[in-house]
Design a protein around this ligand. Structure first.
Ligand code: B16
Ligand code: MG
Length: 219
């Protein structure tokens, strides 16, 4: 039985990775090194401060800064990132997402967000996705990052759903691991080969229905 679907945000419902990349690349440029799109792959689903450590590692600068300096850098990056996402519109919702969320609503299946991003509420509002959610758990509400299951356990609790009746949609390996640790089934979204531990996988939501989900997981 599926009573709630818990969605990651970046890479599942919208592609904000491109804006994270532009902002991180700008910080790297200021620091005097190149940060490529390939480097950026390692930041997907990772918290802001952990992302900064990875970026500084790429530049060989991990030991150069105090915690205060690192927080100031992360704040500067976030300022640029917020400029980008403040201009987001409903057009940036990934294909097939709206019909899928609509079908969940019609069937009375709860919808929750489980994102590492502290900016998730602004993204939901600017894209108009906020109206679909019964519960939102974002990066500011959890003390442990994925692969810790906290973000999804909180989503399950807020929707009043037992873990075994929750399905998590994720584009990052750490999120699939978090779902598994929470005792939930998972759908790996996108082409990344690192999602092999997901219960099932889809390329994206285009053409994918709730009936397909139930047929694959509950039969
Ligand atoms: P913020 P998700 C994650 O979103 C992003 O994939 C990751 O790149 C980002 O560092 C993290 O949110 C924190 O975002 O800086 O906005 O708090 O995939 O968990 O929806
Ligand atoms: Mg993601």
């Amino acid at each position: 039985m599926i009573s709630a679907c818990l969605f990651d945000l970046d890479g599942v419902l919208v592609d904000t990775a491109k804006y994270h990349y532009l902002a991180w690349r700008r910080l790297a440029e200021e620091l005097g090194f190149e940060f490529t799109e390939t480097d950026n792959e390692a930041l997907k689903g990772v918290s802001r401060m952990a992302s900064l450590d990875i970026l500084l590692g790429v530049g060989g600068m991990n030991e150069n800064f105090s915690p205060d300096e690192k927080h100031a850098m992360a704040d500067r990056k976030n300022g640029w990132y917020v400029e980008y996402i403040s201009r987001m519109t409903p057009d940036e919702i990934l294909p097939g997402v709206i019909p899928f969320l609509g079908e969940l609503k019609v069937r009375g299946i709860k919808i929750a967000l489980g994102s590492a991003s502290r900016n998730a509420p602004m993204i939901l509002k600017n894209t108009g996705l906020d109206g679909y959610f019964d519960a939102v758990v974002d990066g500011s509400m959890v003390s442990e990052a994925k692969p810790d299951p906290q973000v999804f356990l909180m989503g399950a609790e807020l929707t009043g759903t037992p873990s075994r009746e929750c399905v998590v949609f994720e584009d990052a390996e750490a999120g699939i691991e978090a779902a598994s640790r929470a005792g939930m089934r998972s759908v790996g979204v996108g082409g990344s080969p690192t999602l092999s531990k997901a219960t099932m996988r889809i390329a994206g939501f285009e053409g994918f229905t709730v009936t397909d989900l139930i047929n694959r997981l509950d039969k």
